[in-house]
Design a protein around this ligand. Structure first.
Ligand code: CTP
Length: 409
C-alpha cells in the first residue's frame, strides 16, 4: 500500500512588537516549536529594545528578522514570509502596532508582512490599562475585526510598574492552544458535513422607524453554529443578531446577516439543497406588514396594520427534504407545552423538535442557559435539564449525528 503523504508542517510567522510583554513571546515561540510548527519570528525595531533577536533565532526554525532591508539575499522578505504563512500571530501587539496595521501602514518588516499576506492573523494585544481602554485602540481593533482579524483579548493582572488591570498578554499556553485550533481546525462527527443554522428574531418594518419583532437573542442558534463547527462541520449561520463568535471557530462559520422573515427565507432556501443538516433556531415572524414609506405620524391616530401571514420556512424545507438530510425545528411554547409541541412536530415534519417553555426562569429568550425537551420520531421525549446553551447545542447535535446516514460524507 502506498504510504500516505505526510501533512506539511504548518508555518507560523510570530510577530513581536515593542512592549515589555515581548519577553513572553519567547515562551510562545518555544511552545509553538514544541507543538511541531515551523516558526519564523519577526521583531519590530522597538521589540529589540526589550528582547534580543538572537534569543528568537536560537529557538526558532529560521533566523529572527527585524528590518526590511537586512538580508541582501532576500530582497523582498515580507512577501515570502507573508505568502507562505499558515497563520501570523502577533504577540504582543502594542497600541502602535495595532494602529499601523489598521491604517494600512507598512513601514517595517512586520507590518509589511501583515500587508503582504492573505493568511489569517491573530493579534494578542498587551499594553497598560489606560492605553487598552483608549477609544482609538478599541476602534482600531473593531476595524481589524471587521476585516476578519482575530483578536485574543488581554487578561487582567499585574502590569509593568506595579499596576494592576486589564492589558496583560494572554497566557502563552492559551495563545498556543488557540493557534493549534485555528491552524489544524476540528475533526469530528460532522467533518465533511454542511450545516445551515438560523438564529435570532426577525424584524418586520412597519415604517422607516418601527418594527414588529420578538425577544429572541440568537444565543441558542449561535451556540449551535459554534458547536457544529467544533464537531467538524462547515457552517453557514443565517442570523438577525450580530454577536461575536468564539475566536476558535470564527473562520469556520460563514455568517449571513438578515433582518426580515422574507430575507431569512430567501437565504435559507438558496442554501437548503446543499446542506446536510438544517437547524431552524430563528424566531421567524408569523406575520408581516407592508411597510409605510414614511413615518406614521402620531397625530393621525392609531394606525391600522394589515398583517399578512409569512410562509412557514420549516414546512417548506421538510416538504423539499432530500434523502438523508436532517432538519431540526424549534418550538417556543408557553402553555400546554408538550401537547402544543407534539402537534407542531407533526405539522412541521421536522426530524427533531427542540421544545422551549419560554416561561421557565433561566431558559429561552435572552438567557445564557436553557432547558429543553427533544421530540424525536419513534422515541420518547428527552428532557435536557438546565445547562448552558453550548451544552444544549451539543445534546441537539449529538442526536443529529445519530440521525445522519453514515459513510456518505
Ligand atoms: N418557523 C418558520 N417559519 C415561520 C415561522 C416559524 O420556519 N414563518 C420555524 C421556526 O424557526 C421554528 C419553528 O418554525 O423552528 C416553530 O416556530 P414557533 O414560533 O414555535 O411556531 P409557530 O409556527 O410560530 O407556531 P405558533 O405561533 O402557533 O406557536
Amino acid at each position: 500500500m502506498p504510504s500516505a503523504t505526510p501533512e506539511p508542517t504548518p508555518r507560523i510567522v510570530l510577530g513581536v512588537a515593542g512592549g515589555i510583554a515581548a519577553y513572553k513571546a519567547v515562551e510562545v515561540l518555544r511552545r509553538l516549536r514544541d507543538a511541531g510548527y515551523h516558526v519564523a519570528p519577526i521583531l519590530t525595531p522597538d521589540a529589540t529594545r526589550f528582547v534580543a533577536p538572537l534569543t528568537f533565532t536560537a529557538l526558532a526554525s529560521e533566523p529572527a528578522r527585524v528590518g526590511l532591508y537586512d538580508d541582501p539575499n532576500l530582497p523582498i522578505p515580507h512577501t515570502k514570509l507573508g505568502q507562505s504563512a499558515d497563520l501570523i500571530v502577533v504577540a504582543p501587539a502594542t497600541a502602535h502596532l495595532i494602529a499601523r496595521f489598521a491604517a494600512g501602514l507598512a513601514d517595517d518588516l512586520l507590518t509589511a508582512t501583515l500587508m503582504a499576506s492573505a493568511s489569517p492573523v491573530l493579534l494578542c494585544p498587551a499594553m497598560h490599562t489606560e492605553m487598552w481602554e483608549q477609544p482609538v485602540v478599541q476602534e482600531n481593533l473593531a476595524t481589524l475585526r471587521r476585516r476578519g482579524v482575530l483578536v485574543l483579548e488581554p487578561e487582567r493582572g499585574h502590569l509593568a510598574g506595579g499596576d494592576e488591570g486589564a492589558g496583560r498578554l494572554a497566557d502563552p499556553a492559551t495563545i498556543v492552544a488557540l493557534v493549534q485550533r485555528i491552524v489544524e481546525g476540528y475533526r469530528g462527527p460532522l467533518t465533511g458535513r454542511r450545516v445551515l443554522v438560523t438564529a435570532g428574531g426577525t424584524r418586520e418594518p412597519i415604517d422607516p422607524v418601527r418594527v414588529i419583532t420578538n425577544r429572541s437573542s440568537g444565543r441558542q442558534g449561535h451556540a449551535i453554529a459554534e458547536v457544529a463547527a467544533r464537531l467538524g462541520a462547515a457552517v453557514t449561520l443565517v442570523t438577525t443578531t450580530v454577536r461575536p463568535l468564539a475566536l476558535d471557530v470564527q473562520r469556520r462559520i460563514d455568517v449571513v446577516p438578515v433582518v426580515t422573515a422574507a430575507e431569512l427565507r430567501d437565504r435559507v432556501l438558496a442554501r437548503a439543497s446543499e446542506s446536510d443538516v438544517i437547524v431552524m433556531a430563528a424566531a421567524v415572524a408569523d406575520f408581516t406588514v407592508a411597510p409605510a414609506p414614511n413615518k406614521l405620524k402620531k397625530a393621525a391616530g392609531p394606525p391600522k396594520l394589515s398583517l399578512v401571514a409569512t410562509p412557514d420556512i420549516l414546512v417548506e424545507l421538510t416538504g423539499a427534504r432530500r434523502d438523508g438530510q436532517v432538519i431540526v425545528g424549534f418550538a417556543a411554547e408557553s402553555t400546554d407545552v408538550l401537547a402544543n409541541a407534539q402537534s407542531k412536530f407533526e405539522r412541521k415534519g421536522a426530524d427533531l423538535l427542540v421544545v422551549n417553555d419560554v416561561t421557565t426562569p433561566g431558559a429561552g429568550f435572552e438567557s445564557r442557559t436553557n432547558e429543553v425537551v427533544l421530540l424525536l420520531r419513534d422515541h420518547d421525549p428527552v428532557t435536557v435539564s438546565m445547562r448552558t446553551k453550548e451544552d444544549v447545542a451539543l445534546e441537539v447535535l449529538t442526536r443529529v449525528v445519530a440521525l445522519l446516514p453514515q459513510g456518505d460524507q
